[in-house]
Design a binder for this molecule. Structure first.
Ligand SMILES: Cc1cc2nc3c(=O)[nH]c(=O)nc-3n(C[C@H](O)[C@H](O)[C@H](O)COP(=O)(O)OP(=O)(O)OC[C@H]3O[C@@H](n4cnc5c(N)ncnc54)[C@H](O)[C@@H]3O)c2cc1C
Length: 404
């Protein structure tokens, strides 16, 4: 069904943001509270129901278990932001007080090489102050007796500021506050862009309804559709929509403690989800999919996920699937890390793209940094330059090993 479109109030904005979900709203809100920025901001969102965006399909967890220091620091800021959400939102009493359900991520290694990777990453995390611990199979059994650890060499877990948080509440808070601070949101779609004669600037965006809107900066916050948006400016981006499946299930004999977000060596993950449990996985064959393909594949539950759950947690032999969905990652095929900052040649085209499965937790730091970049021409809090698009132009990957 075609959604009604809205015309923007003006013909020109300092910043046009393409996409109004988690990232569009994060950048919009951070701009609206940045003391160095007093420009106009338009957010164009093609589907204001947000039904199929990644943000609506997320598993909403955060972790500090990354292999790169900057990714650890980004999640540490996320934890601070979430725990002090109302304060960051100016003490607004309509904003809920949030917390993190810190049951941790349990990475399980079934071979020495991966156990070694976990140990190396733990050192990076510990140097940043993270509480990650490496556990032997015997230690895992002692603390989490429900796991089958027959094939497990080691595990790593962090029980501080790692687990579930309410991403939806942060999204709602940002969107409402950005609007109240003067950001304009319209239901419309950016369908084309016009560049300057020299090709170094996007001068305007064209909307589906026909309006041509002049812009000082364009922010690509289009999630899995990032490459469609960048192509409007003649830019290629190594970001693809990849399908990820989520299953919610109840157990006949529930565990008597929280199930950490467990990364099974098979690639299936599982965790506590309120009174139920959640499991997720990529398909075995993982191609780029159509932007509108959200078809669930029930054979994945029957043939892959359930047997893996029952093997890892024998108490999950008797479980009942209650709910499931398929969502899209904006998957960075180049190095699995975020792509941020301006394009090397089209210098007012700014990326916030390619977050794969860890974008929700990165949204506070990446939104803040992007607002700083637009306001001051540089990052002022965390140096996010390792994520620059430039590395792609130069063919120099910045690999993140801990990707789920
Ligand atoms: C199954 C799943 C589980 C996940 N679990 C986690 C997790 O546990 N922790 C975590 O940190 N992250 C997780 N993520 C990742 C996280 O949800 C995403 O990185 C994040 O939501 C991305 O937000 P976004 O705004 O970039 O993209 P989206 O939410 O996809 O939003 C992009 C928006 O842009 C709009 N748009 C696109 N093109 C145009 C256009 N031309 N004009 C106008 N509007 C346009 C779209 O309609 C959409 O609303 C998960 C993702 C999935 C799919």
């Amino acid at each position: 069904m075609a959604l009604p479109t809205e015309a923007p109030k003006r013909a020109s904005y300092d910043v046009v943001i393409v996409g109004g979900a988690m990232y569009g709203s994060s950048v919009a809100w951070w701009l609206s509270v940045n003391p160095g920025f007093d420009g106009s901001v338009l957010v164009v969102e093609r589907d204001p129901t947000y039904e199929n965006c990644s943000t609506a399909h997320t598993n909403s967890c955060m972790r500090q278990q990354f292999s790169n220091e900057i990714n650890v620091r980004i999640s540490q800021f996320a934890a601070d932001f979430v725990k002090n959400f109302r304060g960051y939102m100016g003490g607004d009493e309509r904003v809920p007080e949030l917390s993190i359900q810190s049951y941790g991520y349990m990475y399980l290694a079934d071979n020495e090489a991966f156990a070694q990777t976990l140990r190396e990453s733990q050192k990076v995390q510990a140097a940043c102050g993270a509480a990650t611990q490496i556990m032997s199979a015997a230690e895992i059994s002692r603390h989490y007796p429900f796991y089958n650890v027959e094939d497990i060499v080691a595990g790593s877990i962090n029980l501080v500021d790692e687990g579930y948080w309410e991403g939806g509440a942060v999204f709602e808070g940002w969107r409402r506050a950005a609007r109240e601070n003067g950001v304009e949101y319209v239901s419309n779609e950016v369908v084309a862009m016009a560049k300057s004669a020299a090709g170094d600037k996007v001068e305007s965006v064209t909307l589906k309804s026909g309006e041509v809107i002049a812009c000082g900066t364009v922010v690509n916050a289009s999630g899995p559709r990032a490459v469609r948006t960048s192509r409007m400016a003649g830019i290629e981006l190594p970001v693809e929509p990849r399908k990820r499946y989520t299953f919610i299930f109840s157990a006949e004999d529930p565990l008597d403690q929280d199930l950490p977000l467990t990364i099974d060596p098979s690639g299936v993950h599982m965790r506590t989800d309120g009174m139920n449990y959640l499991a997720g996985c990529p398909p075995d064959d993982d191609p780029a999919v159509d932007y509108d393909d959200f078809v669930q594949d029930h054979s994945i539950w029957e043939e892959k996920v359930w047997p893996i759950l029952a093997n890892r947690v024998p108490q999950f032999e008797a479980i009942k699937l209650t709910h499931s969905w398929a969502g899209h990652y904006a998957f960075n095929t180049f190095d699995h890390n975020a792509i941020l900052g301006p394009h090397t040649e089209v210098t007012n085209f700014v990326f916030v793209n390619g977050f794969s499965g860890h974008g929700l937790q990165q949204s506070p730091a990446m939104g803040r940094g992007t607002a700083e970049l637009i306001a001051y021409g540089e990052y002022r809090s965390l140096d996010l330059s390792p994520f620059n698009y430039e590395r792609i132009a130069l063919g120099q990957p910045f690999v993140e090993k801990a990707v789920i």
